[in-house]
Design a protein around this ligand. Structure first.
Ligand SMILES: Nc1nc2c(c(=O)[nH]1)N[C@H]1C(S)=C(S)[C@@H](COP(=O)(O)O)O[C@H]1N2
Ligand SMILES: [Mo]
Length: 170
């Protein structure tokens, strides 16, 4: 009977590994894209400015869901678009680096390589609803693959930026 116990232990182990994996798995979303055309994001490239709304972002790109615990306290389903695909479609992916600016003036720089490698999601919703400005909105960046390491304190999440209002290519 010892083999039976071993198989059961192995099975439980695999199940737990599977669950841990599933917790940060990014899957296509069936949320209906927003109709809200109020400008929430400014894109700047070569002195040209463009405004984008929730509608622009959600209508033009495949939405994805990921279940996450965010270190700022939100735990649930985050929905958004792939940052790499978004920047590519907007023609901002050929820059040497892209600067992101938040409503609180926090800023980060990312290269297209970092964006491609890390699998950033540009989040537009939490548990199906747009994110308000006083709770990480209108847009935030998450890296689903880093969830565990961030929560464990192994990674400092400097690029998990919230309240994004502007992106500049340079
Ligand atoms: N908009 C915005 N996003 C931000 C920050 C910030 O100040 N503003 N701080 C960053 C940094 S430096 C870290 S380590 C993490 C966590 O920030 P906290 O420790 O202030 O919560 O969020 C990142 N995202
Ligand atoms: Mo930080």
């Amino acid at each position: 009977m010892k083999w039976l116990l071993q198989i059961m232990t192995l099975g439980a182990g695999l199940l737990m590994a599977g669950t841990a994996l599933a917790s940060s798995q990014v899957t296509p979303s069936d949320i209906t894209p927003s109709d809200d055309d109020e400008p929430i994001l400014t894109l700047i490239q070569d002195r040209e400015r463009h405004q984008r709304s929730l509608r622009d972002i959600e209508r033009e790109h495949q939405l994805h869901d990921v279940e996450l615990r965010h270190f700022e306290g939100l735990e649930g389903v985050f929905t958004g678009v792939r940052l790499g695909a978004f920047l590519q479609a907007e023609g901002l992916d050929e820059a040497r680096r892209i600067r992101f600016i938040a409503a609180d003036e926090y800023t980060i720089f990312l290269t297209p390589e970092e964006i491609a490698d890390k699998g950033f999601l540009l989040v537009t919703r939490f548990d199906g609803e747009p994110l308000p400005a006083d709770n990480l909105g209108p847009l935030l960046l998450v890296v689903p693959d880093e969830e565990e390491a961030v929560l464990a304190g192994e990674i400092t999440p400097t690029h998990w930026m919230w309240s994004i209002i502007e992106m500049r290519a340079r």
